[in-house]
Design a protein around this ligand. Structure first.
Ligand code: SF4
Length: 375
């Protein structure tokens, strides 16, 4: 029998189990403290839980962590983490230091870009994550662990500790207080696991990260956008748009055939009205594909109608793919043309340009190297 991982369970689910075991409620608080505040990786580290309870937990649940395979970048710049999961699949997370202009407000400390699937089935033509197809959905605990494992790694470096349980003082507060769900995978194609993970990361007994500091990015799955609008939590929504006409978007994003712009715009409108919050259009500028000024007019119309902000991101070159980054004057010209039409827009200088920070590249390189060596 495959045991569930304890971090894939909500508090209510664990409370029901503790009630079955006739345990007092404070034991559950102690357990959650060990999991989400102390971020321990070992049942035996939970020193104030009785030995027989630790044994019982071990028999009923796993307590998985992510194995760090590679880390690129330094502590004060963008850092990319490559993780190995229990089934040896590889995923990536990217830690971005405080950047007021990015998603949340100016008090942001660190933003973490989280993966939700191993590979991706959506095959956007410019993206490394989709190059080798989709393998599986991540479980809730594998999404949550990306946050905890990085905080653990950080605390271990801060304290120079060599043991697996950094002392309490190593975690004065959360290192990560902003999440963007735009790593590997299409988040809304793993809807239930994503919502469960985010509910746990948001809960005061769990991650304690505000829902408004969590941005879910989608390539445009219309039914799921509507479903997300009906969820009680106020997550921010970002749409990977990358083209403002069906012709241009369809060239680089196969999902546009299933959900063309008109349907996508209607779903965004529903989300925006339901939540009353500004949505974001991600727009990767690709030379000669979507950076021509003929996209500015339809993009402006869409953004103004939907009360959306536009994030322009110059393309990061992916090995094996033909696309190129436009020159800086072309990027600036595109931005200025949007601003001239009163669109709220920013041009992001991709921070991880030099460390393969574009989605899926580090994993792809590592997978290919492992294949070559027959590992
Ligand atoms: S951009 Fe996102 S949805 Fe598109 S292939 Fe890459 S990971 Fe998948």
């Amino acid at each position: 029998m495959v045991l569930p991982d304890i971090k894939s369970l909500r508090r209510e689910e664990l409370a029901a189990r503790f009630a079955e075991w006739r345990l007092p409620a404070y034991r559950l608080d102690q357990l959650l403290h060990w999991l989400y505040e102390r971020r321990v990786t070992d049942w035996d580290a939970m020193s104030n839980l009785p030995q027989d309870l630790r044994e019982k937990l071990r028999q009923h649940f796993t307590l998985q962590t992510l194995e760090l395979v590679d880390k690129q970048g330094s502590r004060d710049t963008t850092q990319k983490f490559l993780w190995r999961l229990a089934d040896h699949s590889l995923i990536e997370s990217v830690l971005i230091p405080a950047n007021p202009a990015l998603y949340g407000d100016s008090s942001d400390r660190h933003t973490l870009c989280v993966s939700t699937q191993v590979g991706c089935a959506y095959g956007c033509k410019f993206c490394a994550s989709g190059l080798e197809g989709w393998k599986r959905n991540l479980e809730p605990h594998e999404i949550i662990e990306q946050v905890l494992a990085i905080e653990r790694d950080h605390a271990t470096h801060v304290t120079h500790a060599t043991h697996s349980t950094p002392p309490r003082s190593a975690f004065p507060d959360r290192l990560i207080n902003n999440l963007v769900i735009m790593g590997m995978g299409e988040p809304l194609a793993n809807y239930d696991n994503l919502i469960k993970a985010l509910t746990i990361l948001n809960a005061p007994w769990g991650g304690g990260i505000g829902a408004r500091k969590i941005t879910i990015s989608t390539s445009g799955l219309v039914p799921q956008i509507r479903k997300l609008a009906d969820e009680p939590l106020q997550f921010r929504l970002a749409i990977s748009l990358h083209g403002a006409t069906d012709e241009v978007r369809g060239k680089i994003m196969p999902v546009n055939k299933k959900y063309p712009l008109k349907e996508l715009a209607a779903a965004c409108d529903y989300y925006q009205k339901k939540k009353g919050r500004m949505i974001t259009f991600e727009y990767i500028l690709i030379a000669g594909v979507n950076d021509l000024l003929d996209q500015v007019e339809p993009l402006s119309k869409l953004a103004l109608k939907l009360h959306a902000k536009v994030n322009l991101i110059p393309y990061n070159k992916v090995e094996d793919l033909e696309w190129e980054r436009p020159s800086e004057p072309v990027q600036e010209q595109f931005l200025k043309a949007l601003e001239a039409r009163k669109v709220t827009a920013t041009l992001r200088r991709e921070k991880g340009h030099d460390i393969d920070a574009a989605c899926g590249q580090l994993r792809l390189k590592t997978e290919r190297a492992l294949q070559k060596t027959g590992v």
